[in-house]
Structure formats: structure tokens, C-alpha cells
Design a binder for this molecule. Structure first.
Ligand SMILES: Nc1ncnc2c1ncn2[C@@H]1O[C@H](COP(=O)(O)OP(=O)(O)OP(=O)(O)O)[C@@H](O)[C@H]1O
Ligand SMILES: [Mg+2]
Length: 475
């Protein structure tokens, strides 16, 4: 057996595909999830910080308003310093708009808060600045105090900042936990996906085991489509169909060989017997000639049978091997009437053609052979003096050719076997009939053309009807 190996790389395994895709999907989902959580936490902390910074700034501004910038500087400084008491890690400074510092609490340099940021009268979350100094991180904001509210000659600026290391540390830890959780979940998803694929493939492996167990001696085995998962049902059904066709082919082949042996045995036995009888004593030249003529007849029959069998094997092996052309059925039948004219006249049988058909797209020689086989049967198997009628009917989808002749009723059982190879309906008329291959050839020709042929026997008429689909050459 030849196994065709395509020169292509094998597609990636299903287990790999599913596992990788599930892995990517889970990781992406978790990363998005992480990003959203971290973002909202950061926002939450910023909001909280802004609130606290504003509270401190308010206290500073209140003190400045209460004291007035013209008042006692020392008292002011004391009161400003007192604000820091309730707030841990907070530093703040007050300076004139022109840049002269008025009060600077302990803590980092608040320069970054003023740099590049335009002040407003409130500390806003979106204006907050984050920076690091001396290994610590700070978040700060500033606001402007109008001159008239603090009895001053010019506006003042207040900057407030807080140590946010605690928040940042918390966020870092939280992010680390999230990363590990993502990794863990992705790993679990991968393992589960891998197991799911293996588990999901179990029915496929079972089906393949069942298929492997099928031998040519037990082609009657079928898969049960209801015992496989719904996704594999179609596969099981298709497989059953295929094995059914193979079984059919096997059976036909086996029967065919038996039939051939059987069919060839009779003529060969006849030939042997005749030759033995001829040789048993001395004969005259005429007697030898007679034996040879009789042998020749037998040889002719065998040769016809062999060529019929060869023809059948060829059409059935490759039904696509048709030489299609535009074929005028009416002319074809007229030609056959001429051909069989003498034979029909001898048996006083009249041949009649009725109806019309459009030309068909078919293999002319084969269609000729099919119709000729049925017509010769009709002439051969109808009683002298009767008539054989061929009628053509054309509709949109089919061209139908019916050939009918009066004759003995063919039983239902025989009708079903009529198209089998080597079948002859009436053993008593064996001498009249041929090898029994004529109708088998008709069937294989018509089926190769995508058509159907059926036989009926009613009211003393035997009718053979061929239906050929109308095919347009372009298709
Ligand atoms: N028109 C018919 N009327 C009655 N019986 C028929 C008719 N056509 C076929 N049969 C029966 O069907 C059998 C099978 O026909 P088929 O044409 O296949 O074989 P055959 O005529 O016996 O042999 P072959 O055609 O190979 O020379 C015939 O032997 C005959 O008994
Ligand atoms: Mg025949």
C-alpha cells in the first residue's frame, strides 16, 4: 500500500493549541484585572492624600488670615509650627509670591512643588507632584493666598507635602502579590487546559481503537454514533458510510470472482466434453469441422463475456472516465432501430419511437451501448408478432428514455436482481439469454452519468426506464 506523504509540516498539536491559547487568555485577563486594581488603588491614595494636604493648607491659611502678615512674626511662626503637631510626616512652607520664604517647616525641600506648576486657591489632586529626596518619596501640592485676605501687599504661596513611602510600599507589596497570583492562576489554567484536552481526546482515541480493530473479514462492524460525543457524531456516521461502501465493494468483488468462475466453468466443460467425444473415435473431416464450428460458437460467447466483464470493470473503476459530448438521443435510437431492423423483422416485431428529447451531455458510445442492451433484450425476450415501444420524455431536470415490450411477468424478487451481474430471470430460457451482463452494464453506464435505471413489469408489459439528469456542459 502506498501512503502519500505531503511535503508539508504537521499542524501544531491540538493540546498545544488549546493550552497555549488558554494560557494567553488567562494571563491577559489577569493582567488587565491587575492594572485596573492598581490604578484604582493609586487613585484612591492620591485622593486621600489630596484631602489631607488640603486640610493642612487650610490650617496654614487660617493662621495667616488670623494673624495678618503685618502682625507679630514670631507668634505667626509659633502658630504655624504648631500645625505640624497633629499630622505625621507633613511638611509645609509659606513664601511670598516673589520668592522670599516666610516660614519653612522641617522636612524636605518643597521646591519641586512650585516648579512648573501654576498655583490656584485649592490643592487639586491632578496638580499634585511626586518626587524623591534623601531616599524618601513625597507627594505635595501648593496654593495661592490672595493678598487682601491676609492684609499683605502681595499674594503668598503655601506648599504642603507628605511622606508617601508607606503608601508606595503597600502598593509595591500589593503588586507583587498580584503578579504571583497571576502566575499561579495562569499555571493552574495551563494544567487544567492540558488535562481537559487529554480528557476531551479520550473518545477520539477510543474511536480510533475501534477503527483499528476492524479487519477485512469483519467489515460489518459499525461505530455507534450515539456513544460518541456530539462533536464526533458526524465523523462516526461518515465513517460508517465509508465502511458500508467498502463492505459493499468487497462483497461485490467476492461475488464477482465466484460468478466468473461459475460462468466460465460451463463453456469450458462443454468444450472439454465435445473435444473428448470428438477424439474418442476417428471422425470424418465434416464431423471435425462441425465440432470446431460448435467450439467457435462457445469461444465467441466466452470472448463476448470477457469483453463485457472488462468493460464493466473499467466503467466501475473510474466512472469519471467519460468522453462527454452533445448527444442526440433521438438520432441514436433511430440508428439502433436500423441496426436491429433485420433481427426484429425476423421475429415479426415492430419497433416504435414516440416523444422527443433535447440532446444530452453524455458519453455517446456508452449511452448507445446502454440503450442497445435494453433494446436487444426487449427484442430477444418478447414473443413474435409483438411490438417494442421506445418513448422519450423531456422535462426541466431529466431526460427519460422508456423501452417497453410485452412479455411474461417478471417477479418482484427477480426485478430487484435484474441489474446484478450474471443474473438471468428465467432459467428455462437460458438458451435464449446471454451471459446476464447486459443490464449490469446498463446500470453502471447510467450511474456513471449520474442517472438512474429501473425495471417494472405490469399488465404483461416489461418496462425499463432510464432517467438522465439534464447537465449543462458549462457545469
Ligand atoms: N425486456 C425483457 N423482458 C423480459 N425479461 C427480460 C427483459 N430484459 C431482461 N430480461 C431478463 O433479465 C435477465 C438479465 O438481462 P441481461 O440483459 O442482464 O442479461 P442477458 O440478456 O441474459 O445477457 P446479455 O445481455 O449479457 O447477453 C435476462 O436474462 C432476462 O431473463
Ligand atoms: Mg441482455
Amino acid at each position: 500500500m502506498e501512503i502519500k506523504v505531503a511535503n508539508k509540516r504537521r499542524p501544531i498539536s491540538l493540546a498545544w493549541r488549546v493550552t497555549v491559547l488558554v494560557g494567553i487568555a488567562t494571563t491577559l485577563v489577569f493582567l488587565t484585572f491587575n492594572w485596573i486594581i492598581v490604578r484604582s488603588l493609586e487613585h484612591h491614595f492620591a485622593e486621600q492624600d489630596a484631602g489631607e494636604l488640603q486640610a493642612v493648607a487650610n490650617a496654614v491659611v487660617k493662621t495667616m488670615q488670623a494673624q495678618g502678615m503685618q502682625g507679630n512674626k514670631e507668634v505667626m511662626t509659633q502658630q504655624l509650627a504648631a500645625i505640624a503637631v497633629g499630622h505625621h510626616g507633613i511638611s509645609y512652607s509659606v513664601l511670598k509670591r516673589s520668592g522670599t520664604p516666610v516660614y519653612v517647616s522641617s522636612g524636605p525641600d518643597l521646591g519641586p512643588v512650585f516648579a512648573g506648576k501654576k498655583s490656584s486657591t485649592h490643592i487639586r489632586e491632578e496638580r499634585l507632584v511626586i518626587w524623591s529626596a534623601d531616599g524618601k518619596s513625597y507627594r505635595g501640592g501648593s496654593l495661592e493666598v490672595p493678598a487682601d485676605t491676609i492684609q499683605a501687599g502681595e499674594p503668598y504661596l503655601v506648599a504642603v507635602a507628605m511622606d508617601i513611602d508607606f503608601h508606595l510600599n503597600f502598593l509595591d507589596m500589593f503588586k507583587r502579590i498580584l503578579w504571583w497570583a497571576t502566575l499561579l492562576v495562569a499555571l493552574i489554567a495551563l494544567v487544567v487546559a492540558w488535562f481537559a484536552v487529554q480528557w476531551g481526546h479520550r473518545p477520539i482515541r477510543k474511536v480510533s481503537k475501534d477503527i483499528r480493530a476492524i479487519r477485512s473479514s469483519q467489515l460489518d462492524v459499525r461505530l455507534s454514533p450515539t456513544d460518541v460525543p456530539i462533536e464526533l457524531e458526524e465523523l462516526a456516521v461518515s465513517f460508517n458510510d465509508m465502511i458500508g461502501r467498502i463492505e459493499d465493494g468487497f462483497r461485490k468483488l467476492a461475488n464477482f470472482s465466484a460468478d466468473i468462475a461459475h460462468e466460465l466453468r460451463t463453456p469450458v466443460t462443454n468444450l472439454t466434453t465435445q473435444t473428448q467425444v470428438a477424439l474418442s473415435q476417428v471422425r470424418t473431416a465434416d464431423e471435425y469441422r462441425e465440432v470446431l464450428y460448435s467450439n467457435l460458437e462457445e469461444f465467441d460467447r466466452m470472448s463476448l463475456m470477457i469483453s463485457d466483464m472488462l468493460f464493466l470493470a473499467q466503467t466501475e473503476n473510474d466512472p469519471r472516465n467519460l468522453r462527454l459530448s452533445n448527444t442526440d438521443v433521438t438520432a441514436l435510437i433511430q440508428g439502433l432501430f436500423d441496426y436491429f431492423g433485420v433481427l426484429a423483422e425476423d421475429a415479426s416485431i415492430t419497433l416504435t419511437l414516440t416523444g422527443k428529447a433535447k440532446p444530452i451531455w453524455a458519453d455517446r458510445e456508452m449511452i448507445l451501448r446502454a440503450i442497445s442492451n435494453i433494446l436487444s433484450n426487449a427484442i430477444r425476450y418478447s414473443s413474435p408478432g409483438s411490438s417494442v415501444i421506445v418513448s422519450l420524455i423531456q422535462d426541466e431536470k431529466y431526460t427519460s428514455i422508456t423501452i417497453e415490450n410485452p412479455g411474461d411477468q417478471i417477479s418482484e424478487v427477480d426485478l430487484s436482481k435484474l441489474f446484478d451481474r450474471f443474473f438471468r430471470a428465467d432459467p428455462s430460457r437460458q438458451r435464449k439469454s446471454g451471459a446476464g451482463l447486459g443490464l449490469a452494464i446498463v446500470k453502471s453506464i447510467i450511474e456513471a452519468h449520474g442517472g438512474t435505471v429501473k425495471a417494472t413489469s405490469q399488465n404483461g408489459w416489461n418496462k425499463f426506464q432510464i432517467n438522465l439528469p439534464v447537465i449543462h456542459p458549462a457545469n
